[in-house]
Design a protein around this ligand. Structure first.
Ligand code: FUL
Length: 428
């Protein structure tokens, strides 16, 4: 029996894409990780405009955003009562500013679903060494974030640096359950969604929503139980990836800004493989998204819109474990986008697609899930047949597209990636 997702998980899966914003003290010292000793005197995003972040995400079709309220260095983007290592000790707005509040307000105004990242690992806070004291400290920080800024769509618990550390997740999760019961929980505590297992933004086929273990970070092979009972649970994956080499804005990594082809490849292999995509586009030292990153996003969106502007929906008639799909007349198409009804859990693990009357499939795959892209040499027909391994499944939509792109984008990159993955023994 497949495990059923709850309504919140389904809504999260339907959101499909989010923008990640890594911003903090690191932004001002060209660092990716810092140890909690960097002086807040450099933090001064004089032109900070969270509306620009949110409008950019919205204009490019992203449905949620996540801001690093506190990264591993412990520096807080809101004036917390738990520590003075925060914006309150910076020159920005004479220590009276609150980045989380500005972000929350922009999300509210522009109707964007908002999420926050709160690193469990804290390299500044002296009480981190005292497990019990730190659990309380962390609960207080989470309480502030859960009570002061409105409704949260997702809470991001990054496992990096926490390998082997046991937190009192029952108490920490009680804070979330009390104040933000609807928020998705990324990967730690009592997770409702999971890390895909790499930071390249890539899922794989099959893309399984049911698991009983997960990797907490890229720096350990230790796998944690997904649930305390070790039962299989429904945990759809989120694929996080940075638009450049680094997560925080850096002055010297523009050369690594991903190409349109690369970003499309990531989209095909995350959203197009049934996972969510969380693309990091970091605010710079002015407190604005970098114009180069924004321009690249806009180009990528334009290409996606061009490819997927004109769906031809198929009429679906279910026949046992198969489906007869009829288009309005003979059409040419090189992409098929399928969706499965997930209300009763994930059901399809093998499918083949045929031109009606033919015995050899022209495309095939494993899972369908929230969304599945199939890319192939241009087909020309009005009728196709889909065979699956599940009688109780329901394919809810089949859309054909003529994109003019028969090649899976970024083929070279993906071949290399697969080889790299094999070598590194990565599991996705
Ligand atoms: C990792 C962190 O160590 C990186 O700095 C970044 O935040 C990334 C999203 O997750 O685990």
């Amino acid at each position: 029996m497949a495990i059923k997702p709850d309504k919140l998980q389904l809504a999260w899966q339907r959101a499909e894409t989010g923008i990640f914003c890594h911003f903090g003290i690191n932004t001002y010292y060209a660092k990716e990780w810092s140890d909690g000793t960097l002086d807040p005197c450099e933090f001064n995003p004089a032109k900070l405009n969270a509306r620009q972040w949110v409008q950019t995400a919205k204009d490019n079709g992203f449905k949620y955003m996540i801001l690093t309220a506190k990264h591993h260095d412990g520096f807080c983007l809101w004036p917390t009562e738990t520590t003075d290592y925060s914006v309150a000790s910076s020159p920005w707005k004479d220590g009276k500013g609150d980045v989380v509040a500005e972000f929350a307000e922009a999300c509210r105004e522009l109707n964007m679903q908002m999420g926050l990242y709160l690193s469990p690992w804290d390299r500044h806070e002296p009480c981190y060494a005292d497990k019990e004291a730190y659990d309380k400290f962390y609960e207080r920080q989470l309480t502030e974030l859960c009570t002061k800024y409105g409704e949260l769509f997702e809470l991001w618990f990054d496992g990096a640096g926490s390998e082997g550390r046991k937190y009192d997740w029952d108490s920490i999760m009680a804070v979330k359950d009390k104040y933000q019961p609807q928020a998705m929980i990324f990967n730690m505590g009592h997770p409702t969604i999971r890390w895909v297992g790499n930071e390249d933004g890539l899922a794989a086929d099959p893309c399984n929503y049911e698991v009983n273990e997960l990797s907490i970070s890229a720096f350990t092979t230790a796998r944690e139980e997904a649930s305390r009972t070790n039962a299989r649970i429904y945990l759809p994956p989120e694929c996080d990836v940075a638009i450049r080499r680094n997560w925080f804005w850096q002055p010297d990594d523009l050369d690594s800004l991903k190409t349109v082809e690369h970003l499309l490849g990531i989209y095909y292999r995350s959203v197009g493989f049934g996972a969510n995509l969380l693309l990091n586009v970091p605010p710079n030292r002015d407190g604005l998204l970098d114009e180069n990153d924004v321009a690249r996003l806009v180009e990528t969106t334009a290409e996606l819109n061009k490819r997927f502007a004109k769906p031809v929906p198929g009429k679906i008639v279910k026949q046992g474990s198969g489906y007869a799909v009829e288009f309005p007349g003979n059409i040419e198409f090189d992409h098929l986008v399928l969706r499965e009804n997930l209300e009763n859990g994930q059901q399809i693990f093998d499918y083949k697609i045929y031109i009606d009357g033919e015995s050899e499939p022209f495309t095939a795959g494993n899972t369908i899930g929230n969304k599945k892209f199939n890319v192939f040499k241009t087909a020309n027909t009005g009728k196709i047949r889909i065979e699956t391994d599940s009688e109780c499944a329901n394919i809810t939509s089949v859309e054909a597209f003529k994109t003019g792109h028969e090649e899976f984008p970024g083929v070279g990159y993906f071949l290399d990636y697969d080889q790299w993955k094999k070598k590194a023994g990565k599991k996705m």
